[in-house]
Design a protein around this ligand. Sequence first.
Ligand SMILES: [Mn+2]
Length: 319
Amino acid sequence: MSVLEAIKEEIDKAKSIIIVTHENPDGDAIGSTLGFMHGLKKIEKDVDVFVPIINKMYDFMPGYDLIKKEIPEDKEYDLCISLDSSDLERLGEGRAIFEKASNTIVIDHHITNQNFGDINYVNAVASSTCQNIIVVLAAMGIAINKEMAMCIYSGMLTDTGGFRYNVQPETFEFAGMLLETGIDIAKIYKNLFDVTTLARTKLLGRAIERLELLEEGKIACTYISQKDIEEFENEEGDHENIVNYGRNIEGVEVSIFLREADGYFKVSLRSNEYVDVSRIAAKFAGGGHIRAAGFELNMSLEQAKDTVISEIKSQFKKI
Ligand SMILES: [Mn+2]
């Protein structure tokens, strides 16, 4: 039996299903969970989606209001499906539900996926988990309608940075299929990339004010503190994208963004052409890709800054 057949069989026999995803959920995480939820509801399945903390920017996706932010204690799920998460740890609060379920399925596109489910469908070539969801739905004989397409298209758009990265020919074929359902792609794009809030804009302004260039303009660095987040009453995820402003400055190779969180700093790095930031992250027990990586430093702002900068400088020397 193929993996897709096994998934169909497992879902067919499940009485109640819960879908979980990774912490700090992005457009692919939310798009895939909601898209798949709609698909399973179409075949009359009792299905819930659990995401404890979610940014309001995703509220344009149909089904957003159905997302459970707390674990319903009175309910037993016999099948838990994890979408877009590479490992158990990244599930955060969802981990407990996943571990409690008698049957589990993992659908993902991260090359580092730990295959932590009973059944694992991990196609790392795919642009997004949403793209893999299209394949799973097709195997299950579930036709994609407009509300499913809105969610799924959102995930593909997010993880490809607006169809720029990780795009395969089939990404466009699938996108074309979704377009046929009548979705408003301009509206989806606007919601994901253009619409912002005053709080997010203020936070960005604060970070830009503090932005400095170092090492003859090859390093850009800025930070936000917990005080800033309190002052502007920011939501989870409001800092996303700030790191790219430094990277976009002409001549910058590495952009550093430090974010204070409960006495330590979360560090995000982005590079443009030749520095492999995943190597820097690996030195500090973090992770990521060649051009985008992150890790945590349990030190003061000045110490954290110095540590990251000297590590980047040593990478410059090796090139
Ligand atoms: Mn993804």
